[in-house]
Design a protein around this ligand. Structure first.
Ligand code: C2E
Ligand code: CA
Ligand code: CA
Length: 590
């Protein structure tokens, strides 16, 4: 692991070794190496650390340990003896340090063991001097202690930044600003706790950030980005009055805690802050504000902060406002997301994903003409999880690719099983998330599967959701078409559909969305549109299939406009593949 650089481009280890060479003892050397980070000058640091040598002079506990604990204490702030939580936390951290040190040093914790001689005995001390044992033996302890300290500080930072960073990612010389920021966050939290317990008014946590701040950084340079942050901090300093506290948590994320009486007082405060910071040097800055109003004062501070953070993240999905108040459901949806992200890989390896099949029927023939493969997640803890609960999340993180490959393979396996059983199967359509259309992998995977299971290409159909396509995506759809796949346009009428799409489309079959049909059925005009769509699809020689068909009335209407293919609860719900297999077999025999 790379060690962080301190002043003059030296690492903590280099600085400590330099001090050791200048005849400072190990606790002075170690504490001195971190002095600048802690905002101390070297002289003061030596004055403080001289006393840590006591154990060492007795030949017992190594000075690196005492000095390290002092650094930890100052950096992480275990100072308030009245604060039980802090005390427990502090004890945990010091225990963790000592344990790690013991491990790294193979159990050598005492000066006597590290040096092989006892400093407290004049005769042995003479040998230590004569043989230069300090410079030979002590660096081992110094390196061990500094390595652990740096890692612990980086972990703490990771904690408060909520993001995963490695120490190697902290730029040189940043350790100092990191420790300073820790100090500011601590002071902020102390002030907030005091406020919460002293006021009888309402308390709000307001967390905000700058939308697309990364893009601003890229466009105008990081220096300009820093200027914007300074500007926000200055403005907050001028705006926050007594009993209003703010802190810059990390990068462009800020937290304000204030007291208020009425909701409109709070929102007008935010609006007024927003008007001051939403423009810097003619660049429009858009903020997202998440607000949590404290209900239970006994709740941990961190939890209150988290709730404001959840509201801030939720507000990004709203295009109508940039202020959102925390709702209980954010917590739920965050837990749900976490659960999915933590369990999705196991779900693949343990085969928890299952393929369900929903039959497609011909109204005229009253028989099965195909089926759609739909994923289900049978989770040992939660039971059945439906796609709407996890697909949007795994589409965001790209994991949908793996799930789709899994289902595509299940579909191919099923088709092969039918062929082996010797009866006529029907085409199975699989869903192709739009995530696949961004690269070439899906074509290779599909070709690979078709070859592996020896499936006629026409038997595996692809459902792709219609939308106002970006060019790259339509290109990919075209490519799939050229590869010879049958393409179904999913959810027609749910989004950007226009009749133009039909003219330009490489699709073979249009699937009418359930909602579209329902909406069209309520008026004469709607029926007319439906008729026109059906007529046009027909003229263009495309197939038409209605989804989500539930009633006899819908069947009649579809018949009257010349749509014969249907899928929906009226005929059958999605079912486990074994059940569908039996259904097909029966149809074949009958
Ligand atoms: P979709 O592709 O439009 O699939 C049709 C959905 O409508 C299915 O929900 C199906 O169970 C439901 N449905 C079918 N008939 C009826 C009906 O008569 N009435 C009602 N109310 N609903 C009906 P499901 O299985 O929950 O899937 C939801 C969506 O999740 C799918 O919508 C599709 O977009 C996505 N999805 C499902 N499986 C996969 C998959 O393996 N891969 C990908 N990428 N997406 C999938
Ligand atoms: Ca579909
Ligand atoms: Ca659909």
């Amino acid at each position: 692991m790379q060690t962080a650089k301190v002043g003059y481009g030296m690492t903590h280890v280099e600085k400590a070794e330099q001090l050791l060479h200048q005849q400072y003892h190990c606790s002075q050397a170690l504490f001195g190496a971190f002095a600048e980070d802690l905002g101390l000058d070297l002289k003061t640091a030596f004055k403080i650390s001289t006393c840590f040598g006591a154990g060492m002079r007795q030949g017992s506990i190594c000075g690196c340990i005492t000095a390290s604990l002092m650094v930890l204490g100052m950096a992480l702030g275990f100072y308030d003896s009245q604060d039980r939580e802090l005390e427990v936390y502090g004890n945990q951290k010091t225990d963790a340090f000592i344990q790690a040190f013991r491990q790294k040093m193979n159990g050598d914790m005492n000066c006597r063991d590290i040096l092989g001689k006892d400093v407290s005995k004049p005769a042995e001390m003479a040998v230590i001097r004569k043989e230069g044992l300090i410079l030979q033996k002590c660096p081992r302890a110094l390196h061990a202690a500094i390595g652990i300290l740096e890692q612990m500080l980086a972990d703490y930072l990771k904690d408060i930044r909520e993001s995963s960073i490695d120490l190697a990612d902290i730029p040189d010389n940043e350790m100092q600003s990191v420790i300073k920021r820790m100090g500011r966050v601590r002071t902020f939290r102390r002030q907030v706790s005091e406020l919460i317990f002293s006021t009888s008014r309402e308390i709000a946590f307001i967390q905000f950030d700058i939308r697309k701040f990364k893009i601003i950084n890229d466009l105008y340079g990081e220096k300009f980005g820093d200027e914007i942050l300074d500007f926000v901090i200055r403005t907050l300093r001028e705006t926050c009055l007594e009993h209003q506290f703010f802190v810059n948590l990390r990068s462009d994320v800020f937290m304000v805690v204030m007291e208020f009486d009425k909701d409109n007082e709070l929102t007008s405060w935010i609006h007024s802050l927003d008007s001051k910071i939403s423009n810097y040097k003619n660049i429009k800055l858009q903020m997202s504000y998440g607000v949590y109003v404290v209900e239970d004062k006994e709740m941990e501070l961190r939890q209150m902060e988290d709730r404001a953070a959840m509201a801030r993240k939720a507000v990004k999905k709203n295009i109508l406002t940039n202020i959102t108040f925390y709702k209980e459901q954010y917590k739920e949806s965050l837990y749900n997301r976490k659960f999915i992200e933590e369990n999705m890989q196991t779900a693949i390896t343990e085969r928890q994903f299952m393929m369900y099949l929903q039959p497609k029927y011909s109204i005229a023939k009253n028989e099965i003409i195909g089926a759609e493969a739909l994923v289900r997640w049978k989770n040992p803890e939660r039971g059945m999880i439906y796609p709407d609960q996890f697909i949007p999340i795994i589409e965001e993180n790209g994991f949908i690719k793996k799930v789709d490959y899994y289902i595509w393979e299940e579909a191919c396996r099923f088709l092969k099983k039918c062929a082996q059983a010797g009866f006529q199967s029907c085409p199975i359509s699989v869903n192709v998330s739009r995530v696949h259309l961004l690269d070439n992998e899906c074509i290779e995977v599909l070709d690979g599967l078709i070859e592996k299971y020896a499936i006629p290409k026409g038997m595996l159909e692809l459902e792709i959701t219609e939308s106002a396509d970006t060019q790259q995506i339509s290109m990919k759809v075209l490519q799939l078409k050229e590869e010879g796949f049958t393409l179904l346009m999913d959810d027609f009428g749910s989004g950007y559909s226009s009749l133009n799409i039909l003219l330009e489309t490489p699709f073979d079959v249009i699937k009418l969305d359930k909602k579209f049909m329902e909406n069209m059925m309520v008026s004469g005009k709607g029926r007319l549109i439906l008729e026109q769509v059906a007529g046009m699809v027909n003229k263009l020689d495309l197939g038409l299939l209605a989804e989500g068909v539930e009633t006899k009335e819908q069947i009649e209407l579809l018949k009257s406009i010349g749509c014969d293919q249907v899928q929906g609860y009226f005929y059958a719900k999605p079912m486990p593949q074994e059940e569908f297999f039996e259904l097909l077999k029966k149809q074949n025999n009958g």
